[in-house]
Design a protein around this ligand. Structure first.
Ligand code: ADP
Ligand code: MG
Ligand code: ZN
Length: 479
């Protein structure tokens, strides 16, 4: 049978970090005592009217701009009707056929739409459920009800579980850098649903999809999608067909359970919200949203890759703007050193040295200025000191700051080159002291050289250059 290709589309709910709710003046705050942030509007008392939150609209426009969406000149709020205890009006104000934003993209993945809506209240289930006279109960906390949300819907462009999780991380980082949401998956300010199907590789048609609800970490998202892809492939291999349904993934057991067979849009009896006028952003609002955009991660990644950085290193930097700015200053200061080398020092050696020192700060907040890191990298690259000595100097810089050249001088770390003869005699002694290793190297066992290199490094306290030492050992063995 033809191989079955994965097809995935994501729906992401982003809670906006506004001061107040979407349609009333209640304060937004996570983790407060239940039901203290409520009012007649968000509790759906009779006779009240919604008033849209301007800040939420501006934030949504920023998201639209970051995702390169078209913004509708007049988008419409609709009522999405359903009963549930977390939804006191028995409808959610959302957007339907004319969303605020559509036809965008983030990286390679197309954005179908992004619209504004309000969040439901939070349900808390306690005790034993599933029995009429059991001890179980469901409690409702209306603090969350009415929180502004932007729902972002991708086209089904993702082709694997890992790709979906990686793209979701990029989206979170993008929204985080806009400063419009806390994007905290555990607290629910970023929630991801995955739509999953398979189809014969090369086919243009879409298979029947299932929807995985609300995975609260990127790892669970990836595992949930993997599990569902496997289930669908096995089902089809056994001659079955995929049923459209909504599933819950339990990360503990790895199992998928059906929540409900999927409802259709028409079941919700959407109709235009009569209490709200169309949302018509002004030219000025659109321009402000575009101009307020920082250089976003996806753009930065491409710029760094263009500068010669490996994509994974570029990604690490671009998802941490403070460290990225630090890297750029260091790369500018490091004369005669390639940007990618500086990047590896920032994300590798410096990050490790900060961890080692239990430093709470990133590179930017550390005692190592970008200029001194640049000077250090230049010393190592110019073979003025060995890589090992470079790490020693870096540890000193992390602890006390200062000038790398001065630390090299003070600690006596200046490199040993073959020219002064000292290194050659140390190598000769090490070869003599390790006759067995010497024989093995001559017999073609390349790994055996480690013992002699190690002996030289101990003797020179790491001042010698590893490559140089290897070369000298081989030449002394006549290789
Ligand atoms: P629904 O009407 O069920 O909400 P939509 O067409 O609105 O479906 O799409 C919802 C999400 O599901 C989008 O992210 C979309 O890309 C994705 N999607 C749609 N069809 C498929 C499919 N066959 N396989 C995987 N994802 C899909
Ligand atoms: Mg949908
Ligand atoms: Zn309220």
């Amino acid at each position: 049978m033809a191989e079955l290709e994965a097809v995935i589309g994501l729906e992401i709910h982003v809670q906006l970090a506004t001061k107040t709710k979407m349609f009333c003046g209640c304060e937004l705050s996570f983790g407060d005592e239940p039901n203290v942030h409520t009012c007649p509007v968000c509790l759906a008392h009779p006779g009240v009217l919604p008033v849209p939150n301007e800040q939420a609209i501006l934030y949504a426009l920023q998201i639209a701009a970051a995702l390169e969406c078209e913004v509708a000149p007049r988008s419409i709020f609709h009522r999405k009707n359903y009963f549930y205890p977390d939804n006191p009006k028995a409808y959610q104000i959302s957007q339907y056929d004319i969303p605020l934003a559509s036809n965008g993209r983030l990286g390679e993945i197309r954005i179908h739409r992004a619209h504004l809506e309000e969040d439901a209240a939070k349900m808390i289930h306690v005790g034993e459920s599933g029995r009429i006279h059991g001890s179980g109960a469901s409690l409702v906390d209306f603090n969350r009800g009415g929180t502004p949300l932007v729902e972002i819907v991708t086209e089904p462009d993702l082709r694997g579980a890992a790709e979906a999780a990686e793209w979701a991380r990029l989206l979170r980082e993008t929204v985080r850098q806009l400063g419009v949401s806390d994007v905290n998956m555990e607290e629910g300010s970023l929630r991801v649903d995955a739509n999953v199907s398979v189809r014969p590789a090369g086919s243009e048609e879409l298979g029947t999809k299932t929807e995985l609800k609300n995975m609260n970490s990127f790892r669970f998202l990836q595992r949930g999608v993997e599990a569902e892809l496997e289930r669908q492939r096995e089902l089809i291999a056994a001659g079955g067909t995929v049923e459209q349904e909504t599933l819950h993934f339990d990360p503990q057991s790895g199992s998928l359970t059906s929540l409900r067979s999927k409802e259709e849009a028409h079941d919700y009896r959407y109709f235009p919200e009569p209490d709200l006028v169309p949302l018509a952003p002004t030219e000025e609002m659109l321009r402000d949203a575009r101009e307020a955009l920082p250089e976003l991660p996806a753009v930065r990644i491409e710029r760094y890759v263009g500068d010669g950085l490996a994509r994974d290193v570029a990604t690490v930097l671009a998802t941490d703007p403070e460290t990225a700015d630090y890297f750029e200053r260091a790369a500018t200061a490091a004369s005669g050193v390639e940007a990618k080398t500086v990047a590896i020092w920032v994300t590798g050696e410096l990050a490790a040295a900060l961890r080692q020192a239990d430093s709470e700060t990133g590179a930017a907040g550390s005692k190592v200025s970008p200029e001194s890191l640049a000077a250090l990298v230049a010393l190592v690259q110019g073979k003025k000191i060995s890589h090992g000595s470079g790490k020693t100097v870096l540890a000193a810089l992390v602890a006390e700051g200062g000038d790398p050249a001065a630390i090299v001088e003070r600690e006596g770390l200046a490199g040993m080159s073959s020219e002064d003869g000292e290194l050659e005699s140390i190598v000769a002694a090490a070869v003599e002291a390790n006759p067995e290793a010497a024989e093995q190297i001559k017999a073609g066992n390349g790994k055996a050289i480690g013992a002699i290199v190690g002996a030289v490094m101990r003797e020179t306290k790491g001042r010698a250059d590893g490559g140089e030492v290897t070369r000298l050992i081989r030449s002394q063995l006549g290789l």
